[in-house]
Each structure stands twice: as structure tokens, then as C-alpha cells.
Design a protein around this ligand. Sequence first.
Ligand code: EPZ
Length: 421
Amino acid sequence: MDYLEIQGGKPLSGKVPISGSKNAALPVIAATILSDGEVKLTNLPDVVDIRTMLTLLSQLGSNIEHQTTNATINTTTINSTKALYEIVSKMRASILVLGPLLARFGECEVSLPGGCAIGQRPIDLHIKALEKMGAIIENKGGYIHASAPNGLSGAKIVFDQITVGGTENTVMAAALAHGTTTIVNAAKEPEVVQLCEMIASAGVKIKGIGTSELEIEGTSGRLLVFPTTKIIPDRIEAGTYLCIGAITHSTLTLTDVNPSHLGAIVDKLETMGCSFEIEESNITIYPAKTLQPIHIVTLEYPGFPTDMQAQFMAVASIAKGESIIEERLFENRFMHVSELNRLGADIWLKGNIAAVKSVENLYGAEVMATDLRASSALVLAGLIAQGTTIIRRIYHLDRGYDNLEGKLLAIGADIVRKKDR
Ligand code: EPZ
């Protein structure tokens, strides 16, 4: 199995190109199921989760040409509507095919994803929304069997909790439904906005894009013709490299970003003492003289993203004073705490709140990645730890960070991927 070996303490500087957003690309790929022909996608990140989603579509019968950042997907050849356990169990986002498959074919089976390292992560809100639109849904043999013999009908969906994937599945289902669907308390993440804009670019009328109330006029089953869609920059990858600048006290310029998506992240790093120069698609971070402690509560967009909680915890571990980090979205998203403590951090957990006490230095050790963002927090810590840090189970990182070692090597890090014999 691959692992990463990092020699900490190297000064970093230079430019980091930011890739397309994994979490925007996944629903965009699922949305090609709604299409009546070829769809071209550009700026895809070259990561395992994207390849998994493309494999899922190809198993359903789609024709796919994929070269690193571009793909052409033709879903007119789909001949199966069953998303198998072997794929869904690898990647929960596979659940995003539920809405579009049901809307287009009137029936489908999707394996239940089960829990994962960051929490229970139920899909009840996706199911309730589709039921409200007329779907009949049963849970049999580990699969969700969904059918809508007369097609889906527009409905008023009120989410009692904001859900990114639930909003995306409902938007895709509503696009082909009969009549108008209103989603109240919709997610407003930039990734949801990209999906809505893609569907609107195919002629579907959507009101309220980027707000918490969406109104979608369905096409009554008419399939969509999408123009080429360019995936938006990955705000979480960008945030991770900003944290790398902060923790290593380096000046770094990120290129190909959308700074307007980085508000909460930049705001917290400013509170910690970093400063920024922001241009149209570049952002430069200048290090803090002394990193200050912070108070973070994870929230839905535009609040502070849960996907940046672990990386900020690594930065906070060497700030001068005690930081408090409260995780509100996922009940178990603190697996990185004990691994950061193995590197010398002083973090105490009570329920969903972590108290991060200040330490002077971190020290290299052998640690284990537990999920995607937890793994990146360990890379951050390894970059400043004295001595050698070995990070195992890095298949988590490969799911969502495009060319991580290449990008870090280019700015001066001492990082190498090795294989166990
Ligand atoms: C998306 O997951 C992202 N994944 C996650 O990124 C991200 O952490 C999360 O949104 C929150 O921002 C993708 O976009 C592929 P939710 P999603 O539905 O859609 C509860 C990463 O590291 N909930 O918004 O699964 C749920 O348990 C990943 O890139 C229900 O209770 O998240 C959670 O507490 C990890 N019932 C909260 O809502 C439901 O039916 C928000 O989850 C659905 C969700």
C-alpha cells in the first residue's frame, strides 16, 4: 500500500494551480443522465472519486471518453438502472444517480451507502423529497428500489435540515418532472449553484439559484441538451493550500480559484493574522507574524465549511493560545484528533467540541489517514513537524486531492510517495 513520507520544516514558496472541484463535478457527472446526447465536461480534477463516478455511469451502459481533465459522456446507451453495491460502497456520492435515473427511466435500484468514517450520514431527506414527488421507494436487500410509473410530479419540498446531496438529487429529479418543484431550505453551496446553472443552461427554468428557495419547472420527461460545462475551482483544495501557507509561514499564490467562494476561509485566516492579496482568479496568502487562536463553528455555506475543519485544527495546533472548534454537521468528524496528537498537538475533545491548546512544535511520527480531509490535516502537520512523518492509508487523499505531492514538490516541500514492500 502507498504511504507518504514528509521531512518537515522546509520553506515553501511559489504558485499552486487549483484543480476543478470534486464535489461540483460529481453531481454534474450524475446530471448527464438527464441528457439526450453527448455532454462535454472540462476542468475535471484528476482524482479517484471522479474515476469512480465515471465507472458507475459506464457500468449503467454510458459511453465515456475520459482524458485526465476532460470527459465526453453519452448516456443515451444506458441499459441498466442498477447502481451496484461494489461502487456505491466505495463512494457515497454515488447516491447522486438516484434522482436522475428515477426521473429519466421511471425506476432504478441504488445500493444503500451505509455509514462512513465521518458519521452515520443517512439519506432519508433524499428519499422523502422523491416520495413527495410521487416516487414509491422500498428498502430491500440493501438496495433502494425506486419507481415512479407515471413519472415524477412537481411538489413543495421543505428540508428540515440543509443537505447538499439531497438538494442536488431533488434538483435533478425536478428537472424532468411534470410541473413545478419548490425546494425550501435548499443548500446554497457553490457546487449546488453549478449544478443548477448547468441544468438551466439546458433550458430548464430555475428561479432562486444560489438562494435557499429554488423553483424548478420540469420538462415533463423531455431530455436535456447540455452545452460544454466547465467545472468550477475546488474551494476546499484552495482552502487546504491556504492553510498550508498559514501553517508553514509561507507566501503562496493560488491560481485558477474563485475568491468569492473562499470568504469564510479567508476570514478565519485573517483572524489568525494572515493577510491576502486577492485578484480575479488568483489569491496570495502572506503569513502571520504570530498565528493567533481561533473559534470555529462549522456551518452550511456561506458559513465555515466542515470540509476545512481538520486542516484548520492542524494550523490552530501551533497558534499562540487556545482555539475552540465546534463540528455541527458530522457527529464523528474528529478522527484526525488522535493522529494530530501523535504528532505532538495538544487537542482535547468533548462531544462535538475540540479545544486546541498551543504547542511550540510538532514532531514527526507514523500516522494513519482516516478520511479525505483528515488526511490533508496530517499532511499540513507533517510539513512543519520536526523530522520524518509517515502517513499511511493515503488512498483517502487520492480520492479528492489532484496531484498533491506534485503540487507540494513544486513549492519546495520534501514529500515522497513510497510503497510497502
Ligand atoms: C456533501 O456531502 C459533500 N460531498 C461533503 O464533502 C461535505 O462535507 C458535505 O456536503 C457538507 O458540506 C459531496 O458533495 C460529494 P449533506 P453530503 O447531505 O451531500 C445530514 C468531502 O470531504 N443528512 O449536506 O452527503 C448529514 O448526515 C465530503 O469532500 C441527513 O440527516 O452532505 C449531515 O449531518 C465529505 N439526511 C448533514 O445532513 C439526509 O438525507 C449535511 O449533509 C442527508 C443529510
